[in-house]
Design a binder for this molecule. Structure first.
Ligand SMILES: [Zn+2]
Length: 441
């Protein structure tokens, strides 16, 4: 008998393992042992084989892989709704950057990241790629709450509370990388903010370090038309060309946004194996443009989904974001078959894992993978009748229907309640920050 007290047997009405694509299992069970998915099998056999496992019965739920948010700035959750309905550069230069200069420190980032983690765990995200100042505070917030993430270290040519110069950002990034080497939940990357805020010299240094250390590069690229036009008028070339000439276009590159692409870019991105974090809500809210997801897919580029920070979204709900990605791709490609529900779910899970280099560990419910798992409650009258559970998941539910979240085999959210995170304390801390932000505005 393969049973022990550390085993949990989850039975669910539907299990969608993501891999193989398109599969919906009914009356199956998932066995978690320690941090790992040990088995996926019919309920009858599971009960016989694992009679002593702790049972979690979810008779009206859909169980699937935890969602992977491939781009965000967790601490900016404290700026949710702070300066809405503005153009990107007005929003950044006149509102976000000034308040960041006044208030961002270790505690701001730790508390803001904890707020983001609470939202992500409760809405089904189990892994997030983050880039912000004080990455050590982000990593602490993630680790304390048993949340998985790629915590990238920022590089920007403007002095800030975390670092003064580009060189200092890079050195602090190297030190941070050393500090998380033994942390099984956290990986890292270098995140030069964008071509327009980082010099060639720093981008070259980033390339050398990431090649030597086998680390990814996470980069906002071609977010707006203005970014591309300004670069062309100043340097004569488009930012993607400059990044290519600096040797950064490779399978280690995680690009973010990419709303301004022309024909020649598609082959380049596909040939080099570049990954793309598509952030549809942020792009729509800031009127940045549309990422041509269908064309990227046709060329074989890996497209995953990110929410961006809550200041430009205004939430971190990956189910909502995935619905936006599916709907927007239909509009942009003028093709209602573009990004079907299964493809959308893959973008939010396995494609995200691939972008982060974690495809062998997370992103699907397969034996031997880490147990990052979510359950979505489809019992409400609002979801009836259920002809196709994955369509219901993508087009009807939001993160509010997520009832259970496991990360690394730990049940962190059960029956819509946190099992570890202190929500009451977090509310007090967040209100204190709201008052401080108001006082400097
Ligand atoms: Zn961003």
């Amino acid at each position: 008998m393969a049973s022990s007290t550390s085993e949990s047997l989850i039975t669910a009405r539907w299990i969608v393992p993501v891999v193989p694509a398109g599969l919906v299992l009914e009356n199956h069970a998932l066995l978690i042992k320690g941090s790992t998915i040990q088995d996926l099998l019919p309920v009858d056999s599971a009960r016989k084989l694992y009679p002593n496992a702790t049972r979690v019965d979810l008779p009206q739920h859909l169980l699937t892989a935890g969602l992977v948010n491939t781009h965000g700035h967790a601490a900016m959750s404290l700026l949710r709704g702070y300066a809405d309905d503005r153009e990107l550069m007005d929003w950044l230069s006149n509102h976000i950057w000034p308040v960041e200069m006044k208030l961002v420190d270790y505690n701001f980032v730790k508390d803001g990241s904890t707020l983001a983690v609470a939202e992500m765990i409760s809405t089904g995200t189990t892994c997030a790629a983050d880039t912000y100042f004080f990455p050590e505070a982000v990593a602490e917030a993630f680790t304390e709450n048993r949340f998985r993430g790629q915590v990238a270290t920022p590089i920007i040519q403007f002095p800030n509370a975390w670092a003064e110069t580009e060189d200092q950002h890079i050195q602090k990034g190297l030190d941070f990388g050393d500090s998380i080497k033994d942390n099984d939940l956290i990986s890292t990357a270098f995140a030069p903010h964008s071509p327009y805020t980082v010099t060639d010299k720093a981008l070259e240094a980033v390339r050398l370090h990431t090649e030597a250390l086998d680390l990814p590069i996470h980069l906002h690229l071609h977010e707006t038309k203005d970014e591309v036009e300004s670069a062309v008028s100043e340097t004569g070339i488009r930012p993607i060309q400059r990044i290519h000439e600096l040797g950064l276009i490779s399978e280690s590159l995680q690009t973010v946004h990419m709303t301004q692409l022309i024909e020649q870019d598609f082959d380049l991105l596909a040939d080099k194996g570049v990954h793309l974090a598509h952030c549809p809500d942020s792009n729509m809210k800031l009127a940045s443009g549309f990422c041509p997801v269908e064309k990227l897919k046709e060329h074989g580029v890996n497209v995953a989904i990110g929410t961006d920070g809550a200041a430009s979204n205004n939430n971190l709900d990956m189910l909502e974001e995935t619905r936006s990605a599916a709907l927007l791709s239909k509009v942009v490609s003028a093709d209602a078959t573009s990004v079907n529900a299964f493809e959308a779910l893959a973008m939010a899970t396995i494609n995200g894992a691939r972008l982060l280099g974690l495809e062998s560990k997370i992103g699907s419910l397969e034996k031997g993978k880490l147990a990052d798992v979510i359950a979505v409650d489809l019992s409400s009258i609002n979801f009836q009748p259920i002809h196709h559970p994955v369509s219901q998941l993508i087009y009807t539910t939001t993160g509010h229907q997520v009832s259970h979240t496991w990360i690394n085999g730990e049940l962190l959210y059960a029956n819509n309640q946190f099992t570890q995170l202190d929500e009451a304390r977090l509310r007090v801390v967040v209100e204190e920050w709201r008052q401080k932000i108001e006082s400097v505005s």
